[in-house]
Design a protein around this ligand. Structure first.
Ligand code: FCB
Length: 451
């Protein structure tokens, strides 16, 4: 196994204009929970049985306290850009005004990044809804979409052009489906109609948020980050092919088609009336705002067949090996397939791969983490992005998930996705072999472009 990352020297990814970055999110790293309002994830963590190690985000990686050191790590990595999210409950008061202390943290972070030539890529919503809004119905309440618009107006009104790129949402699928339909994420509600309602209001909020971004900056890019798990048929039987197509529409296309085509995928017709989202006139035209980019998060694929239960659209098969430490199949060809297929299906703006990475069973030996398995994962997936670009897909950048080990939602601190190892007892940060490899790739790119 090779401990360096490589791309063909003629690859468009080795051009200086291609952005290499790393990503994090507010709840997963920030800590300093006493300086903000509670979010739905605080409540979820405090509910017994929801988080694998019974942990929480109260301290996390203490990023709020240590952000200047973390920016130094970004400088050492040599990244062009840093994708992070803004915590709604940190920057807004319950009265709907900016919380000075909270917004100033992000201003300082952005200034520190800018001073080092690192471009700030901001996500406005990475799952940490203020709890007081959940108490009023959360994403089941249409009003939350308008609350989001006000929040975006306030934040972008303040940060404006200092940010390179604003994404309204990170992975509406996860917030809606995992949070309101199957209940494994906050707020932990269940039911098809809840999931579809939450998704509808989030997509509406995306459209309103896009408008709010445009009102406050002419320069910064505006778009959204969607996650995709490409669906493969278990067999070539017609019933399995139909089930696979239904699954793809239900878990993937549901969150992109309204934004580009102004309607839900056909699978909506297979849902009983009571499960369909509460669409109001004009909603799709709000959702269909022109975007400057599409962020795509990719980790794995899934396989489907027809279900024996007539009430189910499909049956989802367990992941095949090889798998990462979180149990997700390693299948890089699905990333190329996804990118080329989306490119054919929709008229897309330029793409950024806003997340890709792997949880691995890291071992710290003599102060070092020799994570060759993670390097191999990155190598295969970078090549998959290269292949998609070679076949004509326009991709402007790639962000590794994640800068550092952090709070991995329902898995707590048990799963490590970082390029940088975090010792949670001491908060010591250590470069893993994968961090050195990523830095090496970016250095090679800089050198190749310089000559
Ligand atoms: C994505 C999330 C991100 C992280 C990775 C592993 O779904 O956006 O916060 O947890 O998965």
């Amino acid at each position: 196994m090779n401990k360096a990352l490589q791309l063909p020297s003629q690859s468009p990814m080795m051009d200086r204009s291609f952005i290499f970055g790393v990503a994090t999110s507010s709840f997963q790293i920030e800590g300093s929970a006493d300086e903000r309002l509670p979010s739905i994830w605080d409540t979820f963590c405090a509910t017994p049985g929801k988080i694998a190690d019974n942990s929480h985000g109260l301290i996390a990686c203490e990023h709020i306290k240590r952000f200047r050191d973390d920016v130094k790590i970004l400088v050492k990595l040599g990244v062009d850009a840093y994708r992070f999210s803004i915590s709604w409950p940190r920057v807004m008061t319950q009265q709907g005004e900016l919380n000075e202390n909270g917004i100033q943290f992000y201003e300082q972070l952005i200034e520190a990044l800018r001073a080092e030539g690192i471009r700030p890529f901001v996500t406005l919503y990475h799952w940490d809804l203020p709890q007081y809004l959940e108490d009023a119905g959360g994403w089941l309440n249409r009003d939350t979409a308008f609350e989001f618009e006000k929040y975006v107006d306030a934040v972008v009104g303040r940060l404006g052009d200092s940010v390179e790129s604003y994404a309204t949402f990170n992975e509406p699928f996860c917030s809606a489906y995992l949070g309101y339909e199957v209940g494994v994420h906050a707020p932990g509600l269940t039911g098809v109609s809840q999931g579809r309602t939450a998704a509808h209001h989030i997509l509406l909020a995306h459209g309103l948020g896009m408008k709010a971004i445009r009102r406050n900056t002419e320069k910064a890019l505006a778009g959204i980050v969607l996650n995709f798990t490409p669906c493969y048929p278990y067999s070539n039987d017609e019933a399995d092919l139909i089930a696979t197509n239904d699954a793809d529409q239900y878990i993937n296309q549901w969150y992109i088609k309204p934004l580009f085509d102004g309607c839900y995928p056909d699978v909506i017709d297979k849902l009983p009336e009571a499960h369909r989202p509460p669409i109001q006139e004009g909603d799709f035209s709000i959702m269909q705002q022109k975007m400057d980019f599409l962020g795509i998060n990719f980790y794995t694929r899934l396989r489907y067949s027809a279900s024996d239960d007539p009430a189910q659209l499909y049956f989802e098969h367990p992941h095949l090996s090889p798998k990462t430490d979180i149990g997700w199949e390693i299948y890089p060809a699905a990333l190329t397939y996804l990118l080329t297929r989306l490119h054919e299906m929709y008229s897309l703006p330029p793409i950024y791969i806003t997340e890709n990475g792997a949880a691995m069973d890291d071992k710290m030996v003599d102060g070092q983490v020799y994570d060759l398995d993670r390097i191999e994962y990155y190598q295969m997936h970078l090549k998959a992005v290269h292949d998609a670009m070679e076949s004509g897909v326009v991709i402007n950048g790639y962000f590794a998930w994640s800068l550092m080990d952090n709070f991995e939602w329902a898995e707590g601190y048990l799963k490590r996705f970082g390029l940088i190892h975090v010792d949670y007892a001491t908060q010591k940060r250590t470069f893993k072999a994968s961090a050195h490899a990523y830095r090496g790739l970016i250095e090679k790119r800089n050198f190749a472009t310089a000559v």
